[in-house]
Design a protein around this ligand. Sequence first.
Ligand code: BGC
Length: 442
Amino acid sequence: MAQATFHFPRGFLWGCGTSSHQVEGRNTNNNWWAWEAQPGRILHGDKSGMACDWWNGRWREDFDRAAEGNQNAHRFSLEWSRIQPAPDRWDEHALDRYREMARGLIERNMTPLVTLHHFTDPVWLGEKGGWENEAVVDDFVRYTRKVVEALREYVTYWMTLNEPNLLALQGYLLGEWPPGKTDLGAALRVYTNLARAHAAAYHAIHEIQKEARVGIGLHVRPLLPAHPASPFDRWAAGMQSSMLNEFLPRAFQNGVLRFPGWFRRLPEAKGTQDYLGINYYTLDLVSFKLSKASELFGDRFYPPDAELSETGLSANLPKGLFDSLKWGMKFGVPIIITENGVEDSKDVLRPRYLVQHLHQVWRAVNFNFPVKGYFHWSLVDNFEWERGWTQRFGLWELDVATQKRSKRPSADLYAEICKENGISSEMVARFAPEIFDQMFPG
Ligand code: BGC
């Protein structure tokens, strides 16, 4: 049997990603809580409820699980609606609790990466027009200053916005998330305000903390023409990709928001990313469809022969992660994989998905791509937005009613990878024997 180990660079960050609304429980003062209460918004009428009960202190035991699993980093998010429950009120107790969490990571020898905004908005912000109203830029900066002052002792890696591209599309073009709009003009306004808010927050963070590393977590999804020979498919794929993938990191590089047929100069956004966070799950093929004007003339689907995840959310296409990293190189900053994972309650696909994706990361670092870390999504099963509790992304299984956690085999696999700082043939033989020959031929 072939024996080998794929080693990662020294100091590589290994962790998991989480987000406040998905794990804390009872975030009653944000727009998602209200959205969940509306009939038909969430699959099976599920609610975030107590989520993983982190706000009552269960973050401690979950951080222990991560640390015992040899993870040296963790990405978590702050809930704006807790920290600033009203425009003129800061909740110092909430800030203390987040300080305690950040310190809790340091005490466990884990590097915190803190997200300032992960999809949820305070109710008061929505009442002012949310991300459509350009006043959000100043509001976001005030909030950013407050939290960076409070946590700077423990945190240097900041993510201003998680998947701003998905937020604009899901909330304002496809209408699946609050505020449920289907309006291209609104989506472009929101995109612009997100870009401006990021840029302003970037400058504010660096003013407070010189050594800060600031970026966004971008949902990156390679969009490939279904028929590469068709100029129509190529055009539709390009349109979709510029809207989803290209728009924001490009603006943070050169200060221009450019979408085919539309642009806006944002000089203050130029050079405002210290790293690019890539959230990669899967890729799509795109074919041109005249009838799909609202979806930028593209029909998106998975390659017909692709292996699908448990609920069909993702196709297991690991090479897309390599391609995304290669694509990300053009922005000229280090890259962190800030999310990657699969919903798989029985942990049948996950071990293989994990190994195959990390193998692509290893390939990338061997080409000297500046990839600095990997955050698996997620540590424990959590509330999956409009898909409620139907999708299980955790290395640990959660019984939502009892809050009991049970370890899935992937948690042990990931623990071994983190400890080794690499993937060995022996691990693959034990956890994902079905891909052994493909990974270690000969
Ligand atoms: C989001 C997470 C979400 C994950 C899996 C990402 O788009 O950032 O909040 O849970 O996908 O659906």
